[in-house]
Design a protein around this ligand. Sequence first.
Ligand code: FAD
Ligand code: AMP
Length: 479
Amino acid sequence: MTQQQPFDVLGAGSGGYIASIRAGQLGLKVACVEANPYADPKGEPRPGGTCLNVGCIPSKALLSSSEEFENIQKHVLAHGIRVAGATMDVPAMIARKDAIVTKMAQGIEFLFRKNKVTYLKGRATILGRADDGFKVAITRSGPTQELTARNLVIATGSLPRELPGIEVDNVDVCDNAGALDLRSVPRRMAIIGAGVIGLELGSVWRRLGAQVTVVEALPQLLPMCDTDVAREMLKLLTAQGMDFRFGARVTGLERASDGSLGLAYVDAQGIAHAVACDKLVVAVGRVPTTSDLGLETLGVKTTSRGFVDVDAQCRTSVDGVYAIGDVVRGPMLAHKAEDEGVMVMERIAGQAGHVNYDAIPSIIYTSPEVAWVGRTEQELKDAGIAYRTGRFPFTANGRALGNGDTSGFVKVLADEKTDAVLGAHIISTYASEMIGEATMAIEFKASAEDIGRISHAHPTLYEAMREASLAIGTGALNL
Ligand code: FAD
Ligand code: AMP
């Protein structure tokens, strides 16, 4: 491979670090720049972005710890196990989470070295374009470094959306970073936003004993999910003790002299309410990080909502400038960012990288978990696509009975004429693992009959995927 000028990647989150590693594997010369506000204990910027530092990984670590605790408190008795006096050492739980993050951050630095990625710590600002390439300034303490690059990959991710009048201090009023780093269980926690992040963080602290109230602007839970799934999850989460206030317009936050907070909102009828709490979590979505990047110096187009405007191959309006991950359209998911990073580098290397945006799974790591891929029933109806539905409940699954958790179901949607799988929706423990089969089915354009004819090990939870697929055609065997 001929020596080339570095392909700069701005941001070492899920998109940027994976893009850099793939570039290294392809023999491209690449520099990955990371400003990272999430410093390691020595104050060095840490790679991994939102996902590793304050997102996917720490939230799943705490979800796992809190689930263990809840199982011991509420569920192991059904197995005949008596445990008295279990307590949660919150600082130990947080230290475990931090150790996982540190280990994985070190892993990324190792992979950078292994794949000859030049890792540069500092804030990147695009200065412009010269005959020999794009000019990027990298600022940290000390003299500013300047890089010249033949291609740029913008992977600067996203930041929590702020609500006017509600200032996040990550002490009492937290975003995701603060809510993943509390040192004790608050008695009462209010959460603004019943999205994926709000439900996951709320689940952690509810399982540990907090009384959780979720205040949501929309009239319903999880509008992006299949309606059956959203309805069932509302039932299950409410039964677990989460208090939902829908159609709520937040109007302000008051602090009482005893330090407690009062979250004020107006309901759909215009009636004013207040939720008293000790910690407030703001989880109202995320905004792309595009400001102060110097995009305008190159004339890179952004959308009215601040995303970098890209085509299906993540090319921006400027030749040689690409953008991937949370900073562009599409679901804000780590694997989507990674897939785009791989696609872009393979295309730069002259290969045919692609992302199938119809086959990107989504997961909510509550208990039970929610996972889906492809179209929802509403989307198919709206698009006028004729479909058939197969559904199988976990109450009829032997493994679920053995595990002691039969909540949820699998629902498969297939094209009425071709039987091609168009969507799959799961509520269950380990839904996150089971969705892989449906994702592969959609990617390979498999039919529901194909899934029904594939041997599924017994007894397993994923037999429910087969049964739901059979229900579309010849009929489920165990229902
Ligand atoms: P990021 O991970 O945000 O990385 C961008 C990086 O760019 C950052 O490190 C930032 O410091 C750096 N940067 C920004 N500007 C500059 C600059 N000028 N110079 C240099 N560096 C810069 N997704 C999932 O798929 N599964 C999950 O379970 C999941 N859980 C989540 C839980 C929470 C609480 C949150 C908040 C998010 C979660 N996500 C999850 C979403 C996931 O974290 C993001 O989709 C993913 O991190 C996006 O990757 P990215 O590379 O686009 O951006
Ligand atoms: P997500 O985009 O999945 O992170 O979810 C964010 C959630 O916050 C969505 O369900 C939004 O409807 C909700 N939301 C956004 N703004 C507000 C607000 N001002 N008050 C209450 N909920 C909000």
